[in-house]
Ligand binder design. Structure first.
Ligand code: AMP
Length: 201
């Protein structure tokens, strides 16, 4: 099994080679074809399994295939929610690395820092948002972000987000998304609460 087995944009295969990945990890082998096909997915995966690339690669592929090299102010099309700012930074870095030969732009949104650069990035136009739920909800409530064009939602480390009390902001963010979208949920554990959230979306 190699990355060439997936029908990924050659620009992504180049980025995969640049990153030094040769063999897909098990979660990548299972998830990438499903996400490329536009289907919903629930993945049981912990950090360290390669799960970030398992969703970042097919998301970048689909965004680029549907609309290449967008410019100027535009509504974001992919939203990744994560529990912590550290994970947000890591996930955003993966999108940046894997998307290095594409033109999709990303914004990194989390609390505890000045909202100004985030507001500026959102106003300039981004395709992919990687965010912690609380700060993104603040931007939404101030009408600084338009989530009505999101095509793909990722809930990463969903169990940790629930443990951290993010269920209400998550539900309010989801309510602002179009009903027609792709949903990807990753969690290390599948408690009743997680299953309920998954059923709800
Ligand atoms: P993650 O589980 O997404 O946090 O990824 C864990 C680490 O594995 C990161 O440093 C990735 O860059 C790396 N990684 C992801 N996919 C592969 C792969 N197919 N081959 C080698 N390393 C990988």
């Amino acid at each position: 099994m190699s990355f060439e087995n997936f029908e990924l944009n050659p620009a992504l295969l180049r980025a995969v080679a640049d990153a030094g990945y040769t063999v897909p990890t098990p979660i990548q082998a299972r998830a990438i074809p499903i996400v490329l096909a536009g289907q919903d997915l629930q993945g049981a995966a912990q950090t360290g399994t390669g799960k970030t690339a398992a969703f970042a690669l097919p998301i970048l592929h689909r965004l680029d295939a549907a609309q290449s090299a967008p410019r100027g102010p535009r509504a974001p099309r992919a939203l990744v929610l994560v529990p912590t700012r550290e994970l947000a930074a890591q996930v955003a870095e993966s999108f940046k690395d894997l998307g290095r030969h594409l033109k999709q732009r990303g914004a990194l949104i989390y609390g505890g820092v000045s909202p100004k650069p985030q507001v500026k990035a959102l106003a300039e136009g981004v395709d992919i948002i990687v965010a912690t739920p609380g700060r993104l909800l603040d931007h939404l409530q101030m009408k600084l972000v338009d989530l009505s064009r999101i095509e793909v939602l990722v809930l990463d480390e969903a169990d940790r987000m629930l443990d951290m009390g993010f269920i209400r902001p998550i539900r309010r963010l989801i309510a602002a998304l179009p009903r027609q979208r792709q949903n990807l949920l990753f969690s290390a554990t599948f408690s009743t609460e997680i299953r309920e959230l998954a059923r709800g979306i």
